[in-house]
Structure formats: C-alpha cells, structure tokens
Design a protein around this ligand. Structure first.
Ligand SMILES: *[C@@H]1O[C@H](CO)[C@@H](O)[C@H](O)[C@H]1NC(C)=O
Ligand SMILES: *[C@@H]1O[C@H](CO)[C@@H](O)[C@H](O)[C@H]1NC(C)=O
Ligand SMILES: *[C@@H]1O[C@H](CO)[C@@H](O)[C@H](O)[C@H]1NC(C)=O
Length: 342
C-alpha cells in the first residue's frame, strides 16, 4: 500500500519538477546524430533521463543542439569493425561526456538476425569475455546481448550463455519487443525476469504487427493511433512501477521508422522534410512534456533543423487530461495487485 501511495504522490508532483527527471526510466534510442534537434525532449519537466545511439561514442554537443542527457555506450557487433571503435571510445573516456551513474554499457544488437549484428553464439561469447566482461572490474555495469522477441531470440541467448562457460555475467537483461498486445508485452518481460533473475531494460519496443506474406511483404494489420497511445499508456505505467524494469526506450525517436509502424514515431510527421524535431502527441505522451522544437517546416526546405530556443512551449504531462491521470492511477493499482504488493 505504501508503494502505491508513493507512486500516486509521485504522479501528483511530476508537473512541478524543474529539470529533466533523472530518476525516470524513460530514455531515447537516438539514431539521428545532430540532424534532428533534441529540443522536443528537453522541457523542464521532461521524463527523458538518458539516451543511447546504437554506438559507442556520444553525440558531440553543439551550440544549437546541446545535449543534457547522460549517455549509454553500446558494443553493437562482434567483429573488429565494431570492437575497435568501441575500444577507441572507451580509451577516450567517452569524449569526457557523462554516462549514467551506474556506467552501463549495452551488449550486441540483435545478434540472432542476419540483417543486424549477426554473431554466432560462440563468437559473441568470445568477444564478451575478452572485451566486455573485464570492464566490470572498472566499475561498469553490463547489459546482455539484445535478441529479438521471436523464439530463436531466446534460443540464441541460451546458446550464447552456454558458449560462455560461466565467463559472461551481464548485470541486466536487455530485450527488444515488437507485437501489438500490451498484455503479451508485460508477460514477455515477466517471463524474462523469471528466467534470468536480472533486472530488465527494454531497449527497443513498439506496437507493430510484423506479419509478412510468403513473398516477404509486410501485410500485418497495424494498430490505429489511439491503440498505439493506449499501448504506450499501459506499458509505460506498468514499467514505471515494476521494480525489475530499470529503463525503457520507445522505438522510435526518428522519422524513418525502418519497417515499424510509422505512427509510432515520437515526431510530428509534418516536421519531417526539414527535420524540425517537433513532437507528435505520442512524443508528448512519452516525454511527459513538450519542448521547444517547432512544428513548421524550415524555409530551407532541406536537411537543416530549424530552431526556436529560449521560449518554453506549453508543458503537458501525459496528455494533460484528468482522464489520463485516473487511468494511470487505475493501472498502478492493478499492477500493484498483480505484483502482489500489500
Ligand atoms: C496482424 O496482421 C494479420 C494480417 O493482417 C492479422 O491477421 C492479425 O490478426 C494481426 N494481429 C494482430 C494482433 O492484430
Ligand atoms: C488525449 O487523449 C485523448 C484520448 O486518447 C485524445 O482524444 C486527445 O486528442 C488527446 N489530447 C492531446 C492533446 O493529445
Ligand atoms: C509541441 O510544441 C510545438 C511548439 O510550440 C507545437 O508546434 C506542437 O504542436 C506541440 N505538440 C503537441 C503534440 O502538443
């Protein structure tokens, strides 16, 4: 009961926070380098607390794109093409930029897929033991390889673990998940926790129906915008209160959704031609606020982001409705019951 009250009190004080919320679990998976401004996410009450970019080196902050968020490096793949730049970024001490306080590092990205990191469990075990495992003595905290949520993901992971012969000890499990039903999502994360008993980071997730025709065309019937918003509501509120979920990263903070349902973008699609970085209502919902990126297209009509700094835009929490607050409270009580809190 105490926990429930604390959570409800926490919701109530959120709008008064005066800097971005470092204790929040919400992060940005950011593939845009500096081509897209971060200013949609940097309102004083933003709930974004960290970012990763699928790579080992942080974004260089620029005067027009200052980056307030602590960084999480990743060793993406297991060949020298990835290991060498990773070791180089490590030796440069991440270019002097802040990592999150527990100095987390993320392991291989979808090593079970040929189109992604594509590592054999044996190669991944060898690289993990040689490159990543020794970093624990230097105070780093390691995230497991992030496999996909299909059957072969878990098979790859278990084969990797066996190939490690006791030499791989991730501190937390990273998972990716794409499907439609929020109930399935929560069960998936719960199963991971039961299987591996390590805290969980969801480093990619979005509701998208990956059903392909036999010819390989995506034919899945995709969720509507309200269904996507509802998926986000349920899964985020659940992850906010479940202790074993430490951090999560929606897919995606990007204009090119790479096959994931376009409506899941956190950006307003009208800003796409000039990459303004203005948020969609889903983006505002995820960040818990709206920053200063403006929605209109830039006059250059091209690739340069357009800015508007100094004036904080109207700040929203969630989508600002009492209905949303009541819904959130309801979900938190439901979760408390499911998790057996008393
Ligand atoms: C995914 O799309 C397929 C093909 O359109 C459809 O039959 C199926 O019901 C969809 N799944 C969900 C969970 O919506
Ligand atoms: C808030 O959510 C409701 C229900 O999903 C939606 O109808 C409304 O347009 C949203 N408001 C904003 C400002 O996004
Ligand atoms: C966020 O703020 C920008 C700039 O004021 C505005 O153009 C945009 O419509 C806002 N987005 C939402 C979803 O409220």
């Amino acid at each position: 009961m105490l926990k429930q009250l604390a959570f409800i009190a926490y919701l109530a004080v959120l709008p008064n926070a005066c800097a971005f919320d470092r204790s929040s679990k919400r992060g940005l998976a950011w593939p845009n380098a500096n081509w897209v401004p971060l200013s949609g996410f940097t309102a004083p009450s933003s709930r974004i607390s960290s970012y990763y970019n699928w790579g080992p080196a942080p974004l260089p902050p620029t005067p027009t794109n200052p980056n307030p968020f602590p960084f999480i490096p990743m060793l993406w793949g297991c060949t020298p093409d990835y290991v060498d730049p990773f070791l180089s970024a490590l030796s440069r001490n991440w270019d002097g930029q802040n990592l999150i306080t527990d100095k987390a590092i993320l392991g291989f990205n979808e090593p079970n897929l040929a189109a992604q990191a594509n590592c054999s469990p044996g190669d991944a075990a060898e690289v993990w033991r040689r490159v990543l495992q020794p970093l624990k003595k230097k105070g780093y905290r390691l995230g497991s390889p992030a496999v996909t949520n299909g059957e072969d993901g878990r098979q790859w992971l278990d084969a990797w673990w066996a190939a490690c012969q006791g030499g791989c000890d991730p501190d937390f499990m990273t998972v990716h998940w794409y499907d439609v039903d929020p109930g399935k999502f929560m069960n998936f994360v719960k199963d991971y926790w039961s299987a591996y008993r390590r805290p969980i980071w969801v480093t990619e997730y979005a509701p998208t129906n990956f059903t392909f025709s036999s010819a390989g065309t995506l034919i899945g019937e995709q969720p509507s915008y309200p269904q996507i918003q509802r998926f986000m509501d349920i899964t985020n509120l659940w992850m906010d209160v479940v202790d074993y979920v430490e951090r999560f990263f929606w897919f995606g903070a990007m204009y090119e959704m790479q096959g994931v349902v376009e409506d899941a973008t956190l950006f307003d699609p009208r800003g796409k031609p000039s990459r303004t970085g203005a948020l969609s209502s889903l983006g505002v919902q995820y960040a818990g606020s709206n920053g200063t990126a403006i929605g209109a297209q830039g006059s250059d009509g091209g690739t340069r982001p357009r800015w508007e700094s100094g004036v904080w835009a109207r700040v929203q929490t969630g989508n600002g409705s009492l209905g949303g607050w009541i819904f959130g409270t309801f979900i938190s009580l439901y979760v408390a019951m499911m998790e057996g809190w008393s």
